[in-house]
Design a protein around this ligand. Structure first.
Ligand SMILES: Nc1ncnc2c1ncn2[C@@H]1O[C@H](COP(=O)(O)OP(=O)(O)OP(=O)(O)O)[C@@H](O)[C@H]1O
Length: 384
């Protein structure tokens, strides 16, 4: 037995003895290919991930990146072309959806229009012939969790979109699945309701303690609710981490661009002192990057910095910070902050956010020459 095999066996034995350490969902090198008009489309190109019991896990990415296909393979609605799916330690790759102990909630709530709220939620339990007293208790409890007590007699058409979505959620949760899969469930709601429902969903998930897997193309939604996020692009996971790390330390250019706004600079990296690398941009400008933040010396590197970390000023900043010069191309007043588009001397275009903390005056107007500066630890080199 090799050392690696021995290590794997030990880990497996440890996992088996401690039920909570068995992941709720595991995908192992999952690939999905479709045949479309004589061509093979690879919707998912090899995804491996492990979702912990009780986790709020999101799959985030642009349209067509393979999120829904990945989720449908977890649910069992699609068979992987290659790779395997495990739920709570059991290989379910060939197990049909109704035997998987997961439930799915869709954007279209698919409620029964002729049934009232109570009947909609009770439907699954009736089919399973759950006895009357237990059924009433479970439906009642679930309606309380989704905050619909008192609305039992309403029909779906007599309710708002958010309320209907909560009925759909209650209907899925009342069956006590071990994991709930949600595919853009808030997609049909307007922004205000969506935001309210995001907080609601997170609360409900905490209360019921079930693993939630959430598919969305909305970065704010994923950042608000998730314990961890898998950012997907073109059938692959580009980064898998907590919201803070995804935002503060995007692993690739794609992630940096997809989550929030980021500014990119290209330059030549040189060792400056024991703790800092300097990236020279031409035009005399330079960016400082702490050693260990990926800026390999002796070649071209790309460095990124978020718009809210940058200070815009008319005067040259003090030494010790990264500083570049530019000209203001546009200023937009957005209430809580001002957004500047700045053309840098080296050719790049930067976005800078300036909080309206003190007064509503704007530091610079269109056409003004400015300095942009930020602390070295706010920038890091980024992979392509
Ligand atoms: N049944 C199918 N036949 C052929 N191609 C498909 C099929 N289903 C999905 N695809 C393709 O696979 C890719 C991934 O689709 P998928 O629906 O998983 O993406 P998505 O990230 O969920 O996108 P969206 O946010 O638009 O739903 C797309 O290019 C899509 O056109």
């Amino acid at each position: 037995m090799t050392e690696i095999q021995a290590g794997k066996e030990e880990a497996a034995a440890a996992a088996a003895s401690d039920i909570s350490s068995v992941p709720a969902i595991e995908l192992d090198e999952v690939v999905k290919e479709y045949q479309a008009h004589g061509e093979v489309v690879q919707a998912v190109k090899g995804v491996s991930l492990s979702i912990a019991e009780g986790e709020f896990f999101s799959m985030l990415g642009p349209s067509g990146c393979g999120k829904t296909t990945t989720m449908r393979m977890i649910a069992g609605f699609e068979d992987p072309t290659r790779g395997s799916v495990r739920l709570h330690g059991r290989d379910v790759t060939d197990v049909p959806p109704n035997k998987r102990d997961v439930n799915m909630v869709f954007q279209s709530y698919a409620l029964f229009p002729h049934m009232n709220v109570w009947e909609n939620v009770a439907f699954g339990l009736r089919r399973k012939r759950v006895p009357g007293a237990e059924l009433r208790r479970r439906v009642g409890e679930m309606l309380e969790i989704v905050d619909l007590t008192g609305r039992e007699k309403r029909r779906p058409r007599e309710m708002s979109g958010g309320q209907q979505q909560r009925v759909a959620l209650a209907r899925a949760l009342v069956n006590q699945p071990r994991a709930l899969l949600l595919d853009e469930p808030l997609g049909a709601l307007d922004l205000k309701l969506r935001q309210a429902m995001q907080i609601e969903l997170k609360r409900i998930q905490r209360e019921v303690g079930i693993t939630f897997v959430y598919v969305t193309h909305d970065q704010n939604e994923a950042l608000t609710m998730s314990d961890r996020i898998a950012v997907m692009n073109d059938g692959l996971v580009e980064q898998l981490a907590g919201p803070r790390e995804i935002y503060e330390r995007p692993a690739t250019k794609f992630v940096a661009g997809f989550i929030g706004t980021s500014n990119l600079l290209t330059g030549t990296a040189e060792r400056f002192d024991a703790s800092t690398v300097v990236v020279r941009l031409g035009e005399g400008d330079r960016v400082l990057v702490p050693v260990g933040e990926g800026a390999r010396t002796g070649g071209q590197v790309e460095v990124t910095v978020r718009p809210e970390k940058i200070r815009i000023s008319r005067e040259e900043p003090a030494a010790g910070v990264s500083a570049v010069r530019g000209t203001v191309a546009e200023v937009v007043y957005l209430g809580t902050y001002n957004s500047y588009a700045v053309n840098l001397a080296g050719g790049a275009e930067f976005t800078v956010f300036e909080q309206n903390a003190n007064d509503s005056s704007i530091t610079a107007e269109r056409g003004d020459p400015v300095w942009l500066s930020w602390q070295p630890h706010h920038s890091f080199a980024i992979g392509s």
